[in-house]
Design a protein around this ligand. Structure first.
Ligand code: MCN
Ligand code: CUN
Length: 795
């Protein structure tokens, strides 16, 4: 299969090849650029009602009473529903993706500011919102737990007293690696460096907020749900379990999605409320969040307080890495991660280095904040892991007085060591790190940059150069050890070739902007020779696609992409049998030549896939045992994850008078194995790098001591624009995945994972003359200013 994979490089020069179309423009874009995308909020149904949610103004409070009579009396209001109403139906609580439970509407008390307390259904959106003002809730305010470091203090109020016997705010403990071996390595090492590192709480903030339109047909007993979900099949199964509606009577449609970035993986109370509302009123009901609701109540990301430690020899051989993490999971553990991995894939914190021992211990706690949440291009917590290791390696370089590029090059896992089993048990499938690093350094002109920096330092100018090298684990995952709430992480794919040789491929994954309608057509085109333009990609509709777990953790290409290639090969195998009959030669005498079977040594005798498709559906005999039609279906269970890697170099200038950080240059070299569509990959990388600038310099969800969310609008929660980012300089190397049928690895989150450490490393490097070794994100002017003046870091 690796040989097969090599063929994909033809995608780079589409002029000479009938298929591939490397830089093929996106098939979905004519629709989007003409404003013809169809999003959840575009769904309009006859008689549709509108739902609005009343949210808690307090972070922690008992609900004493709720009076809905004034709201219910408003003329356009059709229903007002509270937690008590839901409780009567057994629907007040729902399971989260992490085997916790979350309140759909609060019954006993509210546990974070913005929590869902009641909902109104009305004839229009405005009446519904007006009615919210008339609901009278009496709260008894309780002390909130906001500072994660105090959550486990004996006097801390217990947030989750709904859980049987719960007397503290402990969520879970987790460890990985070998504690004793790591202690031994640290005890014997020449140099040990420790650093406290915070990855603040951030939000994916997609352009389209979350929402749903529920349409329950009481006659058919069928629920149709349009919703902003990245995982329509997984959601449908969970609705079946929660609401007790038989699964075949639920159709989840995920139409065009205006960005997900992980925000649309969890099931939110609003979706369930819309379903309940449609059942109660007998009408279709739409719920669409506003921006503040999205920012304060839906899945956040990160919120890890980490202590990193690294042990090395005096000449810079890294021996061990150790970390202790305090994880803030908010009021309900809504984390989306495979069940066996409560901390996601944080276990890859050993990075790209060949070391002797590693150990991580983690404690996760509940706080009075919105439930989380690994969302936001996280690769299941690899963002945090990569930030930890790449920051601590830079701290070591500073301690040793070594160049950070040299230190990394000295410690990389060598190409001949792959497949490489890390000290925490992950099997990196393939990698060749040094060329990737060297390419980034060449593109950057690394030596010249260091010279320029030295000259500027003489003049008191603040210039920094930051490096990050990452390895990601994406494509969850092998079903023997990965599932979400018992659902194995495999993906189905179905391919049908119509009589005239056009095709439709049906996927279980769902695009939120990644261009699946293009790239999956390309994969199928490469395998069966039908041009991508003739292949329709259907996704995001559970009635019309095979089961699978959806899009997140950059798993679409590693899992569904493999499924698409293999289902196309299955169709091609059948086509070969039909071709042998058409050409009256044995199967062994046929060779496949991009879209046609020809007789070996006689290229004049051939039949195209289109000829074969017509024959498969046409009159006349087919070979013995071959059924009519030309279609196939498979379910792909990956044997391992794929491990993309990359080398990023960031150059910043800091204004010594204002402490404003300017990202002057950013060089990103990514290796995602064989590349299906270089243009789309570039777009993914550009977007992820921009995310990284946001997290490193601007974004943070913070709370005051009462638990008020201070980032509830885009005036306060800053996201980057074109003004804050440089012209990205991208490059690539290709190390195919040995186990993926087309040698591809995921790339959708690489840049978000790799860029924050590069930017922070650059800022810290710029501040080195001040004796600074670390500063926490987001590196806003005030934080940089404080750091320059030696002021204490914010908690
Ligand atoms: N691709 C390719 N060659 C490869 C790998 C990928 O051409 N070797 C292409 C794929 O075919 C696909 C795209 O790149 O069109 C991303 O592929 P992949 O890495 O498989 O990631 P997914 O499709 O599974 O997308 C998920 C990923 C995640 S988890 C987040 S978060 C994120 C991201 O994608 N959210 C996004 N990128 C996003 N981009 C947009 N526009 N919007 C989002 O919400
Ligand atoms: Cu974690 S954000 Mo993406 O995996 O959907």
């Amino acid at each position: 299969t690796v040989q097969d994979a090599g063929k994909l490089t033809t995608f780079e020069d589409n002029d000479q090849k009938p298929v591939g179309h490397g830089r093929m423009l996106r098939k979905e874009d004519p629709r989007f650029v003409r404003g013809r995308g169809r999003y959840t909020d575009d769904v309009q149904l006859p008689g549709m009602l509108h739902l609005a949610i009343l949210r808690s103004p307090f972070a922690h409070a008992k609900i004493v009473s709720i009076d809905t009579s004034a709201a219910a009396a408003l003329p356009k209001v059709k229903a007002v529903v509270t937690g008590a109403d839901l409780a009567a139906q057994g629907l007040a609580w729902m399971p989260t993706l992490s085997n916790d439970v979350q309140a759909v509407l609060a019954t006993d008390k509210v546990r974070f500011q913005g929590q869902e307390v009641a909902f109104v259904v009305a004839e229009d959106r405005y009446a519904a919102r007006d009615a919210l003002e008339l609901i009278d809730v009496e709260y008894e305010v309780l002390d909130p737990v906001i500072d994660v470091r105090k959550a486990l203090a004996p006097e801390a109020p217990v947030i989750r007293d709904d859980l049987d016997g719960k007397t503290n705010n402990h969520c879970f403990d987790w460890e990985t690696g070998d504690k004793a071996a790591t202690e031994a390595v640290f005890a014997a090492a020449d140099v040990v460096v420790s650093q406290d590192i915070v990855y603040p709480r951030v939000h994916p903030a997609p352009m389209e907020t979350c929402g749903a339109v529920a349409d329950f047909d009481p006659v058919e007993g069928k629920l149709k749900l349009w919703s902003t979900t990245q995982a329509p099949h997984a959601h449908r199964t969970l609705y079946a379990i929660v609401a007790g509606i038989p699964e075949h009577k639920i159709q989840v449609i995920s139409p065009d999605i205006g960005g997900g970035f992980g925000n649309k993986v969890p099931i939110y109370p609003g979706y369930v409320c819309a379903i309940v509302a449609s059942i109660v009123t007998g009408k279709p009901v739409k719920w669409m969040e506003d921006r503040s609701e999205n920012l304060i109540s839906t899945g956040f990301a990160r919120d890890y307080i980490m202590r990193g430690e690294i042990a090395a020899t005096r000449d810079g051989k890294i021996l061990g890495i150790r970390t202790d993490v305090l994880a803030d999971h908010g009021a309900f553990n809504g984390t989306a991660a495979p069940v066996k991995y409560p901390a996601g894939f944080f276990g890859v914190f050993t990075g790209s280095y060949d070391i002797e021992a590693a150990y991580c211990s983690m404690t996760a706690v509940y706080t009075n904040k919105a439930p989380g949440g690994v969302a936001y291009a996280c690769s299941f917590r690899i963002t945090e892991a990569v930030y930890l290791v790449e920051r601590i390696v830079d701290c070591l370089a500073a301690e040793l007085g070594m160049d950070p590029a040299e230190l990394r090059l000295k410690n990389f896992i060598k190409p001949e060591q792959f497949p490489y089993t890390t000290k925490t048990g992950w099997v990196y499938d393939s990698g060749d790190y040094e060329p990737t690093m060297r390419l980034a350094m060449d593109m950057a002109g690394y030596a010249d940059l260091r010279k320029e920096q030295a000259e500027k330092r003489e003049r008191g100018e603040l210039m920094g150069i930051g490096i990050a090298f990452f390895t990601e684990a994406v494509g969850a995952g092998p079903r023997k050890d990965m599932d979400i709430l018992g659902l194995g992480m495999a993906d189905g794919c179905e391919l049908r070739v119509h009589p005239t040789g056009k095709a439709v491929v049906r996927l279980s994954v769902q695009s939120q902007g990644q261009g699946h309608e293009t790239t999956f057509a390309q994969i199928v085109a490469e395998e069966i020779g039908i041009p991508p333009a003739d292949i329709d990609v259907v996704h995001g509709d559970t009635d019309n696609t095979p089961f699978g777990l959806g899009t997140y953790g950059s798993r679409s290409t590693p899992v569904s992409g493999a499924a698409a290639a293999l289902v196309a090969r299955k169709v091609r195998d059948k086509a070969r049998l039909i071709a042998s009959a058409m050409l009256e030669v044995s199967v062994a005498d046929l060779e496949w030549e991009k879209g046609a079977f020809q007789v070996k040594g006689d290229p004049g005798k051939s039949v195209t896939i289109q000829d074969i498709a017509m024959r498969a559906h046409g009159a006349g005999d087919l070979p013995e045992g071959v059924e009519g039609g030309l279609e196939a279906q498979i379910c792909y269970n990956p044997s391992n994850l794929t491990y993309p890697h990359g080398a990023y170099i960031c150059v910043v200038d800091i204004d010594p008078g204002t402490a404003v950080v300017k990202v002057r240059r950013f060089i990103a070299v990514d290796d995602c194995g064989n590349r299906i569509n270089p243009m789309i990959i570039e777009g993914q990388v550009h977007g992820g790098l921009t995310d990284g600038v946001g997290m490193a310099l601007m974004e943070m969800i913070s709370f005051d001591e009462d638990g008020n969310c201070l980032g509830a609008s885009l005036m306060d929660y800053l996201i980057p624009t074109a003004l804050e980012v440089p012209d990205w300089e991208t490059g690539f190397t290709v190390t195919p995945s040995p186990h993926h049928p087309i040698g591809a690895k995921g790339v959708g989150e690489s840049a978000t994972v790799g860029s924050p450490p590069a930017i922070v490393n650059a800022v810290v490097d710029a501040l080195a003359p001040f004796g600074i070794r670390h500063a926490d994100m987001p590196l806003t002017p005030s934080r940089v200013w404080d750091a320059m003046r030696g002021a204490p870091q914010p908690p």
